[in-house]
Design a protein around this ligand. Structure first.
Ligand SMILES: [Zn+2]
Length: 244
C-alpha cells in the first residue's frame, strides 16, 4: 500500500467514534478522497483542532487502490481558515463551495478545480460582510464552470443575437441565454445585467456588483443545472440571508 503526501482541503468531517473522525478531502494529486483520522478527537492528539472544514494542508495517508476509506497518518497545516467558521454567513458560503465539490467533482485529480476552491475560500475570508453572498455565488459559478456545467452566455441560443444591446433571459433548463424576442414576455435580464453575469462567469471577482436578483438567477441555475435539482442546504441558507 503506497503512502502518499498531497496538498488537501478538508471539505467535510464526521465524528466516527468518541476519538476518531472521517474526513472528506479534495486532494491535489488524487481527487476527492475519504480518510479516517484515528484518535483525532483525543485532546492530546497532534491532529486535534487541525482537521476542521476548509483547512488546507499536506495530508499523508495510506492509499489503498481498492478501498474507499484510507488511513490518515499526518496533516501539515498550511492554512486553517478558521475565520470562516466564526461568521455564520461566511460559513454557509464556504459550505456551498465545498458541497458543490463534494457532489460534482470527478474522481480524477483536477488541479484547476483545486485552485478554484482555494481561491474561492480565500476570497470569502477577506471580502467585506456586505459582499459575502455575491462573492460566494461568483466563486460557485467559477467552480461550476471548471466542473464543466457552465451555461452558454455567448448570445441568444435561438436567433444568435449577441445580446449586447438587448435584454434576454437565462433559460435555466437549457443552460443558455435567450433574447426577449424569442421568448414570451416575462422577467427579462437587462443588457447590463447580462454583462455582469458574463464578467462573473469569466472569473472576474465582481461579487459586490451582483444584485440579489442576479444572485437568485445564478443560484437557480446552479440548483437546476449543475446540482441536478439536488438541494444544497447551504445554498438555501445563503438565499434566506440575502432576502433579509
Ligand atoms: Zn433570440
Amino acid at each position: 500500500m503506497p503512502i502518499v503526501t498531497t496538498r488537501s482541503i478538508v471539505l467535510q468531517t464526521h465524528a466516527y467514534s468518541d476519538t476518531s473522525k472521517i474526513l472528506r478531502l479534495l486532494t491535489m494529486d488524487h481527487g476527492p478522497q475519504s480518510v479516517m483520522a484515528r484518535g483525532a478527537l483525543r485532546p492530546r492528539s497532534r491532529l486535534s483542532g487541525l482537521l476542521e472544514p476548509f483547512a488546507e494542508g499536506a495530508a499523508t495517508f495510506y492509499l489503498k487502490p481498492d478501498r474507499d476509506l484510507h488511513t490518515l497518518s499526518g496533516f501539515d497545516l498550511v492554512c486553517e481558515r478558521q475565520a470562516l467558521g466564526r461568521d455564520l454567513k461566511r460559513y454557509a458560503a464556504a459550505s456551498v463551495l465545498c458541497e458543490l465539490v463534494l457532489r460534482l467533482a470527478p474522481v480524477e485529480h483536477d488541479p484547476e478545480l483545486f485552485h478554484a476552491l482555494t481561491t474561492g475560500l480565500d476570497s470569502l475570508m477577506s471580502v467585506e460582510a456586505v459582499a459575502v453572498s455575491g462573492t460566494a455565488v461568483a466563486a460557485a459559478w467559477t467552480l461550476v464552470d471548471v466542473l464543466g456545467f457552465a451555461p452558454d452566455l455567448g448570445g441568444c441560443a435561438r436567433c444568435g443575437d449577441p445580446l449586447v444591446e438587448r435584454g434576454g433571459r437565462l433559460d435555466v433548463r437549457e443552460g443558455s441565454l435567450v433574447c426577449d424576442q424569442c421568448l414570451p414576455p416575462g422577467a427579462v435580464l437587462p443588457a447590463d445585467e447580462i454583462r455582469t453575469l458574463r464578467e462573473v462567469a469569466s472569473g472576474q471577482p465582481g461579487g459586490e456588483a451582483l444584485s440579489s436578483r442576479q444572485i437568485h438567477i445564478l443560484v437557480e441555475f446552479i440548483r437546476h443545472h449543475a446540482a441536478e435539482g439536488i438541494r444544497l442546504r447551504s445554498l438555501d441558507f445563503l438565499l434566506l440571508e440575502e432576502a433579509r
